[in-house]
Design a protein around this ligand. Structure first.
Ligand code: TXA
Ligand code: MG
Length: 320
């Protein structure tokens, strides 16, 4: 919850969340990336509720949110790469895919079926404290219906689930605004499965060795979140727009193109971190205008720009 809430209200909300999880129910929690739809990772019945509420394809595994490195080691086989990355990036927007320990108390519905599990420590105090008090991993995908834009504030979550909305711990707007980077450390070389705030270059610097970018080739769907169409608004997107066509809304980066209709500015000063934090809210806002299409101004590939463009390409992949 925001610091603006009185302490007793915060504690009461924590107690409610804990008792809901203990009863196999779902609770929406804030993280620094996007809001998560969280359940007790050890219970099949609780994890199944996530898939049902999201309409998520069953083969898409979940991220186990843990309180710290010690808790992560109860679930996955730790290695040298994990140690370095966890020390440099946790708590923070990095999920690590590692071999699942055979005795790990985690539902098979949350793993990839081939013996790996993604783990991460979120960088929001209340959420980490909740996980620690709960005493085990909470599995949490982004709190949106499958194939839809991830939520970066509590109102987005309410819009997604309307009457079926679970209890929400309101932590205000998400600081990073784009989902965590997912790196696979279970193979011979580290592979970046999903770009995010932690970039390929940052990972290579921390590990002092090359990190491969997952290219989707070879037919295997290592990370189903890499499905072509994902993170999509209903309105078609037109990327790298140099001008605005009749009936289009505009998602601007830098000085907006001249244009008459709805416009959302990601960052007037061309700041990529600010643009990432505004991306999903901007797509939602423009989607609500019901424009013919959303023209998106070009965004550089540098730094977190790669993650922004990754999300935009997926959102546009069905668009014409
Ligand atoms: O920032 C985030 O990661 C947010 C917040 C709530 O923590 N969570 C999130 O979860 O984005 P979700 O379920 O929407 O995306 C998880 C991604 C998917 O692309 C999934 O395929 C991949 O991580 N993933 C999870 N477990 C995996 C595994 N064992 N092997 C490969 N990919 C995995
Ligand atoms: Mg998601």
């Amino acid at each position: 919850m925001n610091q603006d809430y009185p302490q007793d209200v915060v504690l009461q909300a924590e107690d409610i969340a804990l008792s809901l999880w203990q009863n196999g129910e779902l609770v929406v929690v804030p993280t620094e990336t996007v809001y998560g739809l969280a359940a007790d990772g050890a219970r099949d019945d609780a994890v199944a509720k996530i898939y049902a509420l999201k309409d998520r394809p069953k083969f898409n595994p979940l991220i186990a949110h843990v309180a710290d490195i010690e808790m992560a080691k109860r679930y996955v086989q730790w290695n040298k790469w994990a140690e370095k990355l966890a020390r440099a990036c946790w708590p923070g927007p990095l999920s690590m895919v590692l071999p699942l320990l055979p005795e790990a108390p985690i539902s098979a519905l949350a793993t990839d079926g081939a013996g790996t599990l993604a783990v991460r420590v979120p960088a929001i105090d209340i959420t980490r404290r909740l996980i620690a008090r709960f005493g085990g991993a909470l599995v949490a995908p982004s709190a949106n219906r499958s194939m839809r834009v991830s939520p970066t504030c509590a109102d987005h979550v309410r819009d997604e689930f309307a009457g079926a909305c679970p209890y929400i711990i309101d932590g205000g707007a998400c600081r990073v605004g784009i989902e965590s980077s997912v790196v696979d450390l279970s193979g011979d070389v580290p592979v970046l499965l999903r770009p995010g705030y932690i970039t390929q270059a940052m990972l290579e610097e921390i590990l002092s060795e090359p990190v491969r970018l997952h290219d989707g080739a070879g037919g295997t769907l290592k990370s189903p979140g890499l499905m072509a169409r994902h993170y999509a608004p209903s309105t078609p997107l037109r990327l790298n727009a140099q001008h605005v066509e009749d009936g289009e809304a505009l998602l601007a980066f830098g000085e907006p193109l001249s244009h008459a209709g709805a416009v959302v500015e990601l960052s007037r000063t061309r700041n990529l971190e600010e643009a990432a934090a505004n991306l999903f809210a901007g797509l939602r806002t423009l989607d609500a205008f019901g424009a013919r299409a959303i023209a998106v101004m070009p965004i550089p590939e540098s730094g977190i720009g790669a993650a922004i463009n990754d999300r935009l390409r997926r959102a546009a992949s069905d668009s014409h």
